[in-house]
Design a protein around this ligand. Structure first.
Ligand SMILES: Cc1cc2nc3c(=O)[nH]c(=O)nc-3n(C[C@H](O)[C@H](O)[C@H](O)COP(=O)(O)O)c2cc1C
Length: 167
């Protein structure tokens, strides 16, 4: 059993992906794996972390900028640790079967995951609140608002991570 905590780092603009990261952190802790959940842009060092889960929302066909920057900034340290990657995006249930579904930007996520040697990559549905502000989010929200994050699927994925980290 590793004693080093797992870092769950995220890139999120409207909070939906940040909450997924919190759910993953809670699941890890429930499995007695210490976990720190932090915004990717605020992480200064990976020292002391035994493994990393890196997630980001999808925006205009790309993984969140904070997740991409994190992957580049810590590429060497990440390759030395077990890494898991996730993204949250499509405003529908198309990824619920474990596929990339309608996730526009999945390609960008897989590219980074391959570079980091990620052990697994998961695409989850996203959330857009009806009251989202700013352009083009507010216009999108009129047509596509909803919460498509499947918490039980996310927790099942976190459980697989716990099993690997806890070995
Ligand atoms: C302006 C805008 C662009 C988006 N672009 C994409 C996209 O390219 N691919 C996708 O799957 N989802 C896209 N989405 C949906 C978001 O990924 C989804 O709302 C996600 O949950 C947002 O995460 P956040 O709350 O952590 O920022 C977009 C949403 C907005 C508002």
């Amino acid at each position: 059993m590793t004693r080093d905590p797992v870092l769950v780092a995220y890139g999120s603009t409207r909070g939906g992906t940040a909450e997924i990261a919190e759910w993953i952190g809670e699941s890890l802790r429930a499995a007695h794996i210490p976990a720190d959940v932090r915004a990717a842009r605020e992480v200064r060092s990976l020292d002391g972390f035994g493994a990393v889960v890196l997630g980001g929302a999808l925006y205009t066909g790309r993984w969140h900028r904070d997740a991409r920057r994190f992957a580049r900034r810590f590429s060497r340290q990440l390759r030395e640790r077990p890494v898991w990657v996730f993204a949250s995006g499509p405003l529908d249930a198309s990824t619920d079967d474990g596929s990339d579904g309608n996730a526009f930007g999945a390609k960008s996520v897989h590219k980074y995951a391959a570079r980091l040697g990620a052990l697994d990559t998961a695409l989850f549905g996203g959330r857009l609140e009806r009251t989202a502000r700013g352009f083009p989010a507010s216009a999108m929200a009129k047509k596509s608002a909803g919460d498509f994050r499947d918490r039980s699927r996310i927790e099942a994925w976190a459980k697989e991570i716990s099993a690997r980290v806890g070995q």
